[in-house]
Design a protein around this ligand. Structure first.
Ligand SMILES: NC(=O)c1ccc[n+]([C@@H]2O[C@H](COP(=O)([O-])OP(=O)(O)OC[C@H]3O[C@@H](n4cnc5c(N)ncnc54)[C@H](OP(=O)(O)O)[C@@H]3O)[C@@H](O)[C@H]2O)c1
Length: 318
């Protein structure tokens, strides 16, 4: 049995919860949401207990792990609450708004020997790991260029909601979508030697950002945008071929083309379910290999701090 506590019952929590309970032995036993009526509606589906506070919810004695699915600016305080109470915690992306916050969480996690990870589901997906393997095995040879873009017009759909356009809520394209494109390039090639960024700002957040990540012998173009529907892909060109990953953050397919022909890798498994299964195994001490590390989250947050510094996006907690 693995018993989850869920903090925040918005859009993503609803999607994820359906898959959590597809895992054998996983259940959602405790729930907290700022608006109690929404927690009650959510809890009814899973036969979970609704609590008046996050502290009470995480301290339900049955809880083995906590999933934080509230808005970006609240991640730090809810993660801190879990870690201080020795509750293993998996937090939605972006795990924090800046490296200062994440370093503090890592400190408490180490001090209290309590599990903390970012719910970066892309890297629990075998497709992303297959792309990494193709590159490691030099299937496309020496890398010549990379283009990794993630654009969704959420600014247009959600203008009234405010969270996407508020620096106090860690809004903007980079924190919402760029966390995936930055992470993708980072996972494949590591931290860049240098970064050059520009962006278009609105109300103190970025509607658009584009960066050149400089590596030995090639550059990666990494961008994200919330005011236009441009698309989502990662294209990696090498001297001996090309890898194309459409919708890379959640994809079921990657394509490798070389002079020897075309290879398509597909995986149709439920991706949130896999993420929660692996995390639960880790918490139980089973040490599965697929786990996204905390250091990788810190590296990505540090890269995003640098991009924000260059384009002029400042959060109150910086
Ligand atoms: N992994 C993914 O694919 C994915 C996809 C989308 C989003 N996300 C991440 O998931 C998180 C939630 O996104 P969403 O799309 O689910 O948002 P959403 O539908 O707007 O839900 C936001 C949730 O946060 C709660 N909340 C908002 N402000 C709060 C505050 N000040 N204190 C406590 N709770 C607060 C809301 O409570 P009320 O009900 O009281 O308003 C609601 O439960 C974000 O960090 C986002 O980046 C991940």
């Amino acid at each position: 049995m693995f018993n989850w506590c869920i903090i925040g019952t918005g859009k993503i929590a609803k999607k994820v919860a359906k898959q959590i309970v597809m895992n054998e032995g996983h259940q959602i036993v405790s729930v907290y949401n700022r608006t109690k009526e929404k927690a009650e509606k959510f809890a009814k589906k899973y036969n979970s207990t609704v609590y008046e506070s996050a502290l009470d919810a995480i301290n339900d004695p049955r809880v083995n792990g906590v999933y934080i699915a509230t808005t970006n600016e609240t991640h730090f305080s809810y993660c801190k609450l879990c870690l201080e109470n020795h509750k293993p915690v998996l937090c939605e992306k972006p795990i924090t708004g800046n490296a200062k916050e994440l370093k503090e969480l890592i400190r408490i996690s180490e001090e209290n020997n309590t599990f903390l990870r970012e719910a970066m589901w892309t890297w629990f997906n075998p497709v992303a790991n297959k792309v990494k393997q193709w590159i490691k095995e030099e299937r496309i040879g020496k890398i010549k260029s990379v283009d990794c873009i993630f654009n969704m017009p959420i600014f247009g759909y959600n203008k009234s909601k405010g969270r996407y356009i508020s620096p106090a809520k860690y809004g903007g394209a980079l924190l919402d979508l760029g966390v995936y494109s930055v992470r993708y390039v980072y996972e494949l090639f590591g931290k860049p030697n240098a970064i050059e960024s520009r962006g278009k700002l609105y109300n103190g957040i970025d509607l658009y950002n584009v960066s050149k990540f400089k590596y030995d012998g090639f550059e990666a173009r990494v961008s994200s945008q919330i005011n236009k529907l441009v698309g989502e892909h990662c294209i990696i060109i090498g001297e001996k071929g090309k890898i194309k990953v459409p919708f890379f953050h959640m994809t079921s397919k990657a394509v490798l083309k070389t002079k020897d022909g075309k290879e398509v890798f597909r995986d149709k498994k439920k991706k949130f379910a896999t993420e929660f299964r692996v995390v639960a195994e880790y918490i139980k001490g089973e040490k599965p290999d697929e786990l996204v590390s905390l250091q990788s989250s810190l590296d990505v947050v540090e890269i995003m701090d640098e991009i924000r510094k260059q384009i002029g996006v400042i959060f109150p907690s910086d």
